[in-house]
Design a protein around this ligand. Structure first.
Ligand SMILES: Cc1ncc(COP(=O)(O)O)c(C=O)c1O
Length: 334
């Protein structure tokens, strides 16, 4: 398949953790309800790693790097319901690595959702109060290295260039599926939060000449280490363009991030997310999560309802997983 990549090594250098390609199919019932559009879905909820999710793609590259560097311990961070941390714990089980998770908040009386799964998967869990984006990772690394471990730190959300390579590769996978299914996708909607997926898809679009427009729906309005998400995404993209030898200039003003649906804050579930979860579940038998995909799917349906994109467009929702968090939000969802 066509690419303008001079060096494929970075794409091929991965440790197998999931089942790919993930399915790509039409949402037939929902397309009937929005007759101006054809709606499709890419099922990264089915990547297969301890209940799936988009982070599996990033972890294939991050875990490979950790193994190549002879590390024996992974440190990463997130919220208590972090899908990234749950998938990291599972990846460490497969790769034979120790896993330490720095999770925001205080230790709860009962573990549920992703927190429960991370614990079952064998992770050592440290509760870090107000810090949910890895602020304490260097201190923990120093402590564990001092005790004789060789630690590899995965950034918040797995979002650096190594992790983003998972989504460069995902564009290659999507392009192959589109050719096979004789399908053209005009718009791709997805939840963007720590930026690695958005950066990887943007790089992949350049490399594999995918013409679809990306509509990343912002999930978390808070900054990460003093940076807005657009800045994080741009930094990863520019590093990628340089390392992959792609001749293209991308500026901050080129980074599109839709911030219309993040106002209530990270992890706050409103009627918007609940309505989106119900709509996909009751029309298509597919489960979204309350934090990421529920919010992003609501955003997409709002775009369609308000006709913010041209009629007759083919629209793809990239389902990024997150199912276990549903059980944390049982009260809101029942
Ligand atoms: C279910 C789900 N969807 C989307 C995302 C966003 O991906 P990224 O952090 O690469 O922006 C995450 C990140 O945690 C997630 O868990």
């Amino acid at each position: 398949m066509g690419s303008n990549l001079q060096n494929d090594n970075m794409i091929d250098n991965r440790f197998n953790l999931g089942f790919f390609p993930t399915p790509l199919h039409e949402l037939k019932n929902l397309s009937k309800k929005y007759p101006d559009y054809n709606i499709f879905i890419k099922r990264d909820d089915n990547t297969g790693l301890a209940s799936g999710g988009n982070k599996t793609r990033k972890l294939e590259y991050l875990i490979k790097q950790a193994l190549d560097e002879n590390c024996d311990t992974i440190i990463t961070a997130g919220a208590q319901q972090s899908n990234h941390c749950r998938q990291t714990a599972a990846a460490c089980s497969i790769a034979g690595l120790k896993c330490h998770l720095l999770l925001g908040g205080e230790k709860p009386k009962v573990y549920d959702g992703n927190l429960l799964l991370s614990s079952i998967l064998g992770a050592d869990i440290h509760f870090t109060g107000d810090n949910r984006k890895g602020e304490d990772k260097e201190a923990l690394k120093n402590k564990l290295d001092y005790k004789g471990n060789k630690c590899f730190v995965i950034p918040y959300g797995g979002s650096n260039l190594t992790g983003a390579m998972g989504f460069v590769n995902a564009v290659k996978e999507l392009k192959e599926q589109l050719i096979k299914q004789k399908l053209k996708v005009d718009y791709i909607f997805f939840a963007s939060s720590s930026g690695g997926m958005q950066a990887g898809l943007t790089l992949g679009k350049e490399i594999y000449q995918l013409n679809s427009k990306l509509i990343p729906i912002n999930i978390d309005k808070d900054e990460t280490n003093g940076l807005a998400l657009e800045e994080v995404v741009l930094t990863i993209i520019n590093e990628g363009l340089h390392k992959l030898n792609v001749n293209k200039n991308i500026q901050l003003s080129d980074i599109y991030l839709n911030r219309d649906y993040d106002k209530n804050g990270y992890g706050i579930v409103t009627n918007n997310e609940i309505n989106a979860i119900n709509k996909l579940a009751k029309n298509e038998g597919i489960l979204l999560d309350p934090v990421y995909t529920g919010r992003a799917f609501y955003g997409m349906l709002d775009f369609l309802k308000e006709k913010r994109i041209p009629s007759n467009s083919n629209v793809l929702f990239w389902h990024t997983g997150g199912l276990p968090a549903i059980f944390k939000y049982a009260n809101e969802l029942k």
